[in-house]
Design a protein around this ligand. Structure first.
Ligand code: ASP
Length: 306
C-alpha cells in the first residue's frame, strides 16, 4: 500500500475532534516543544471541551450515572503512565503523566488514582454536564426491562456514543510520543475499563520503530493487543497501512465484531510515514505538520461495503 510520509514535526489525532487536539499539539511542536508535551496538550484540549461526549468533561457516564475516565501517555516502554476508572479529576492525561513521572507504577485505577490526583494538587470537579446527564436519563428510560427497572447492559450505543482522542506526535528532534483519553463506552457497566489505558492495547510507542493508537470498541482492540501488534508489524518492515491492516484482519477474524462495532487505528513510523485504518467507514484522522492541516479519510477500510 502507498505510504504517506511527512517531514517532522507532525501530529496525528483520531476523529473529527482530532483537529482540536492537533491545534493544541501543534502550538507546542511549532515552538520547538517536545512530542510528549504535544501529545499531552492535544489530549487535554479535547478532555476540556464539553461538547465532546466521549472524552473528559461532558463524557457520557456509565450505567450508574458516573463519568469515569481512562487515559495513557507513552514515549517508550520504560516511559509510560496511565489511569483507569478515574472519577472527578481532569485532565486524565496529565494525571497519567504524573503516574509515569512520579511513581514506580504504570497504571493507577479508581479511588487510588483519585487519591493520587488529589495529592498531586489536581482540583476535584464534577465531569457530568447537563447534556450528558439528560442522555443518561433517556438511556435509562429506554432500557428499563418489562419486568422491573433492571437495566439492559447490552452496551450497544450508537457510533457517536464512544470514541477516544488518540494522539501521536514526532517533534523537531525526532522524538515520538503518544497519548489517549476517553470516558469509554457510554452507559458501560460500572467498573468497565477499555483498551485505552492499557499499554499495547489502546496505545503503544517504541522510539526505535513508531507508535499506534486504537479507538472504537475496546473489547475488540484489547483482545488482540491491537497497537502492540501494529508496532511489531512495523518493526518487521510493514508500512503503517499494512500493519494496521494486519491488526484489523486479526481482530475481524478472531473477535467476531457485530455490525454495529467499530475499531480504528492510526499509526506513525519514526521516519514520518503514517496511516489510518478502520473496520468500517465512519472514521477520520486529523493530520498537521508545517505543510498540511487536514481531516482525512483512512487508507484502509476493511469492510468497504458496510
Ligand atoms: N476504545 C474506547 C473504549 O473502548 C472507546 C472508543 O475509542 O471509542 O473505551
Amino acid at each position: 500500500m502507498e505510504t504517506s510520509v511527512l517531514q517532522p514535526p507532525l501530529i496525528l489525532s483520531t476523529w473529527h475532534f482530532g483537529r482540536i487536539a492537533n491545534r493544541s499539539g501543534w502550538a507546542v511542536l511549532s515552538q520547538g516543544g517536545n512530542a510528549l508535551d504535544a501529545a499531552e496538550a492535544g489530549c487535554r484540549a479535547v478532555e476540556e471541551d464539553p461538547s465532546v461526549t466521549s472524552v473528559g468533561l461532558g463524557g457520557y457516564p456509565d450505567a450508574a450515572g458516573e463519568v469515569t475516565l481512562d487515559a495513557l501517555i507513552m514515549a517508550a516502554p520504560h516511559r509510560c503512565g496511565a489511569v483507569a476508572c478515574l472519577r472527578d479529576y481532569l485532565p486524565a492525561i496529565s494525571i497519567a503523566r504524573r503516574v509515569m513521572e512520579k511513581t514506580p507504577h504504570v497504571l493507577l485505577a479508581g479511588p487510588g488514582a483519585e487519591a493520587f490526583a488529589a495529592a498531586e494538587g489536581f482540583p476535584r470537579r464534577s465531569l457530568l454536564t447537563r447534556e450528558a446527564r439528560e442522555a443518561w436519563e433517556r438511556w435509562k428510560r429506554e432500557h428499563k426491562s418489562g419486568s422491573g427497572d433492571k437495566l439492559a447492559h447490552d452496551n450497544s450505543p450508537g457510533q457517536e456514543a464512544h470514541d477516544t482522542i488518540g494522539v501521536l506526535a514526532i517533534d523537531g528532534a525526532g522524538r515520538i510520543a503518544g497519548g489517549c483519553s476517553t470516558s469509554g463506552l457510554a452507559f458501560k457497566l460500572p467498573g468497565r475499563v477499555g483498551d485505552s489505558p492499557l499499554v499495547g492495547h489502546g496505545l503503544y510507542v517504541d522510539p526505535d520503530v513508531g507508535g499506534a493508537v486504537g479507538t472504537g470498541h475496546g473489547e475488540l482492540i484489547m483482545r488482540v493487543c491491537g497497537t502492540f501488534l501494529i508496532v511489531e508489524e512495523m518493526r518487521r518492515g510493514a508500512s503503517p497501512a499494512d500493519a494496521i491492516k494486519v491488526a484489523l484482519e486479526r481482530l475481524n477474524c478472531q473477535c467476531r465484531p457485530d455490525p454495529r462495532q467499530q475499531a480504528a487505528f492510526i499509526a506513525l513510523r519514526c521516519d514520518g510515514a503514517w496511516s489510518a485504518g478502520c473496520l468500517r467507514k465512519g472514521f477520520q484522522v486529523a493530520v498537521r505538520s508545517a505543510t498540511v492541516d487536514i481531516l482525512t479519510e483512512p487508507d484502509v477500510v476493511l469492510m468497504e461495503g458496510d
